[in-house]
Design a protein around this ligand. Structure first.
Ligand code: MSP
Length: 617
C-alpha cells in the first residue's frame, strides 16, 4: 500500500551567527512532529536550512572581512553541528545559494510576471535590515523597527513590485475556507484584520547590492531576500520530492507569520502552485522576560543547555515548559527542576525500579483490565494532530504518574507478583514509544532494556515476554548551584505572575479566604469586547456594573470569540486599584477558572441572569 506522505519545514535561518536556543526550539518542534509522523508510518520529508542572501548577511560578511559566500560557508557547519547535537533527523538542509533552488526562484518570478503580477516602479519607504522587511510610517510612527527597536533605513530605489493588492480577496477566502491555515487560531484574527485594512504591493528586487538571486527580468536587479527565501519550501520538493508538495505544515516563530500567511500564499497563487496546508506560529522565548536573540545580546547557547542537562532534557524542557504557540521564559533553574523532578524522579525511577524487578523475578504475560493506555494513546494522538505538543507531554506524564501510583499500590517488590511487573513493563513500553519523538535517545535505551521496537505496531500490541536486564540510570540528578537556586526563587515568583495568573484575570485558586473576604465582588455585564493593538493576549472589555461602566483589560483573547462575550455576565472585583497595561487603564479584574497546564480559562458567570451590579456575598 502507498504510504501517506507528511512534509514539515522549519524557517530557513539567517547564517549570520551560530544558532541559539530560539532557532533550536523551532527545529526541535519540527523534529518531534516529523518523528511522530514516522511512528504513524507516514513517509516523512523534514526540511531545514539557511537563508544565505540579503543585506543582513552581506553586512555581517563585510564586518567579518569575508565575501558573503565564504562567510555563510563558514557558518553552515555550525548549524549542522547544532542539529546533530540535538538529535535532529532532517532530510535535507537547503541553502538559498543551492543551484536547484535559485533556478526555481527564477522560474516562479517568470510565472508571476506572465500572470501580470510583477511591474516596475520606484520604492520609497522604510526598511529594517534585521527583519529584512518593509515598514510604513503607520507601522513605525517613531521610525524605529517595532521588533528590533532600531532606526529604520529610508530607501528610494528602482524596483520591481509584486501585486499583492490583487490577492486580498483570495487571502481572506483562503482563511475562511481553510480555517487551520493560520494556526494556532488566536493568531489568525490579527492577520485577517491587517489584510482587511488593505494590502500594498511589495518590492521584490533590489539594485543597491548584489547578494541575491539574479532577477530574471532585469540584469541590474537582484531578488528580494524574502521572495527568494519563502520559495525554499517548494524548491526543495522539485528535486524528486514532488509528491510532498503541498507542505503539511510550516513551523515558524510568530515574528515571521505575516510573510508566511500573506506573501507566501499570494506568491504561490500567482505562480499557479498549490498552497501549503498549515502555517503554525509558535511564541518567543524570553530571558527574564526580554525577547531572546542575538541583537538583544541574551541568546542562550545550545551547547550550554545540553551541557547543563543533556540533549533529551533540553528537548523535553523546551516543549514542556510553555504551551506550543505561546511565549516562554527560559531559566536554567527550571530546566534543572524539570530534569530532576519529572525525568529523573518520575520516569527514570520508574524504569529503574521496574527493570530491576523484571530482572529479578521475570515477567508473566497478563491482559490487564485495570491498567490500560488506550485512552492515553487516543488523547496524545489528538494533541499531536492539533500540534499541542505540551499537552501531549502532559498527557504522557499523567500516565507515568498513574503507573507510579499503580506500582505504589500493588507493591510488587513485596508481593513479587510477576503479572504486576508485566503490567508495569508494558506501561513503560507505551510511555517510551509516546515519548520517543521528544526524548529519542532515552526511549531507545528503554526499548533496549525491555526488548521492544519503537513502532506503531508495538504501541498497539502487548509487550512480548523476554529476559529483561536492569536499566542503566537514565537521568542523573543535577545539583543546583546556590546561584541557580536563587534564580529559581526569582523565577518561581515570576512564574506565578506569568503562568498561573492570566493577565487581567484572577484565577480562583490563588485567593486565600482572608484576601477573598476583603474583595468587593459584583456581577457585571460585558457590553463591548475589542482587540488592543500590539496585544497578543488581552481584550479590552467595556463592562456595565449597575449604573457604572468600566474598562477592564483581560487576557482572554485566545479563549473567547469577541462576539460570544457580548451580554455575558461575569464576576468583577471592583475594589482593586486601577492598573495600567499597554498604555490603557484596567479598572478591575474578572474571575475565571483555569490553569496554564491545560491551557484553559473559563470565565465565572452567575447561573442565571441577574441585575448587573449585584454584590457577591
Ligand atoms: N530567514 C528568515 C526566515 C525565512 S523562512 C522562509 C528568518 N530567520 S531567523 O534566523 O531570524 O530565524 C527566525 C526564526 O527563528 C523565528 O521565526 C523562530 O522560528 C526562531 N527564533 C529566533 N529567535 C527566537 C526566540 N527568541 N524564540 C523563539 N523562536 C525564535 O527570520
Amino acid at each position: 500500500m502507498k504510504k501517506q506522505t507528511f512534509y514539515v519545514t522549519t524557517p530557513i535561518y539567517y547564517p549570520n551567527d551560530i544558532p541559539h536556543l530560539g532557532h533550536a526550539y523551532t527545529t526541535i518542534a519540527a523534529d518531534v512532529i516529523a518523528r511522530w509522523n514516522k511512528i504513524l508510518e507516514k513517509e516523512v520529508f523534514f526540511l531545514t536550512g539557511t537563508d544565505d542572501h540579503g543585506k543582513k548577511i552581506s553586512k555581517a560578511a563585510e564586518k567579518a572581512g569575508k565575501t558573503p559566500k565564504d562567510f555563510t560557508d563558514s557558518l553552515i557547519p555550525e548549524f549542522k553541528k547544532a542539529w546533530t547535537s540535538l538529535n535532529i533527523e532532517y532530510d535535507r538542509f537547503i541553502r538559498t545559494t543551492d543551484k536547484d533552488h535559485e533556478k526555481i526562484v527564477q522560474e516562479i518570478i517568470l510565472k508571476c510576471h506572465k500572470n501580470g503580477d510583477i511591474y516596475k516602479g520606484t520604492y520609497e519607504g522604510l526598511y529594517c535590515t534585521d527583519c529584512e522587511g518593509y515598514y510604513t510610517e503607520k507601522d513605525a510612527s517613531d521610525k524605529n523597527c517595532p521588533i528590533h527597536k532600531r532606526p529604520l533605513e529610508k530607501l528610494k530605489e528602482e524596483t520591481y513590485f509584486f501585486k499583492l493588492s490583487k490577492y486580498e480577496k483570495f487571502l481572506l477566502d483562503l482563511y475562511i475556507k481553510n480555517p487551520e491555515f493560520i494556526s494556532p487560531k488566536n493568531r489568525k484574527q490579527e492577520i485577517i484584520n491587517r489584510v482587511k485594512e488593505g494590502l500594498k504591493d511589495f518590492s521584490i528586487s533590489r539594485t543597491s547590492f548584489n547578494w541575491g538571486v539574479p532577477f530574471p527580468l532585469d540584469k541590474k536587479h537582484f531578488t528580494y531576500v524574502w521572495f527568494d527565501a519563502l520559495i525554499n519550501y517548494y524548491s526543495a520538493t522539485q528535486n524528486k520530492k514532488e509528491k510532498f508538495w503541498p507542505a503539511d505544515v510550516h513551523i515558524i516563530g510568530k515574528d515571521i507569520l505575516w510573510f508566511h500567511s500573506v506573501y507566501w500564499p499570494a506568491m504561490l497563487k500567482s505562480a499557479g502552485i498549490e498552497i501549503p496546508k498549515k502555517v503554525f506560529a509558535h511564541g518567543w522565548w524570553t530571558v527574564h522576560n526580554q525577547k531572546m536573540g542575538k541583537s538583544a545580546g541574551n541568546a542562550v547557547k545550545i551547547d550550554s543547555m545540553i551541557k547543563c542537562a543533556g540533549v533529551d532534557s533540553a528537548r523535553y524542557f523546551l516543549l514542556r515548559e510553555c504551551s506550543f504557540g505561546d511565549d516562554g521564559d527560559f531559566s536554567e533553574a527550571m530546566l534543572i527542576e524539570r530534569h530532576n523532578n519529572e525525568l529523573a524522579n518520575k520516569l527514570g525511577n520508574l524504569v529503574s525500579r521496574v527493570s530491576t524487578l523484571a530482572e529479578k523475578y521475570t515477567i508473566e504475560f497478563t491482559k490487564s483490565k485495570n491498567f490500560d493506555s488506550k485512552e492515553t494513546i487516543k488523547k496524545v494522538t489528538t494533541h499531536f494532530e492539533n500540534l499541542e505538543l505540551d499537552k501531549a507531554l502532559n498527557e504522557i506524564f499523567a500516565f507515568i504518574d498513574k503507573t507510579n501510583e499503580y506500582a505504589q499500590s500493588k507493591k510488587p517488590w513485596e508481593t513479587q507478583d510477576k503479572k504486576v511487573i508485566y503490567e508495569l513493563s508494558n506501561a513503560i513500553k507505551d510511555s517510551a514509544i509516546l515519548l520517543s519523538p521528544f526524548i529519542p535517545e532515552t526511549s531507545d535505551k528503554i526499548a533496549k532494556t525491555f526488548n521492544f521496537e519503537i513502532s506503531l505496531k508495538t504501541l498497539t500490541s502487548p509487550l512480548k515476554v523476554s529476559k529483561i536486564k536492569k536499566s542503566e540510570i537514565l537521568f542523573k540528578k543535577i545539583e543546583q548551584s546556590s546561584e541557580t537556586k536563587k534564580e529559581k526563587h526569582i523565577d518561581s515568583k515570576q512564574k506565578l505572575n506569568k503562568s498561573e495568573k492570566i493577565e487581567g484575570v484572577m484565577t480562583l485558586n490563588q485567593i486565600k479566604y482572608d484576601d477573598f473576604a476583603k474583595l468587593d465582588l459584583r456581577v457585571g455585564t460585558i457590553k463591548k469586547a475589542e482587540n488592543i493593538e500590539g496585544a497578543d493576549k488581552l481584550l479590552k472589555l467595556e463592562v456595565e456594573i449597575g449604573s457604572e461602566k468600566r474598562t477592564i483589560l483581560a487576557g482572554i483573547k485566545k479563549y473567547y470569540e469577541k462576539s460570544d462575550l457580548i451580554d455575558k455576565q461575569i464576576i468583577v472585583i471592583v475594589n482593586l486599584e486601577p492598573r495600567k497595561m499597554k498604555g490603557l487603564e484596567s479598572q478591575g479584574m474578572l474571575l475565571a477558572a483555569g490553569n496554564k497546564e491545560d491551557d484553559t480559562c473559563v470565565l465565572i458567570s452567575p447561573e442565571r441572569k441577574v441585575d448587573s451590579g449585584l454584590k457577591i456575598s
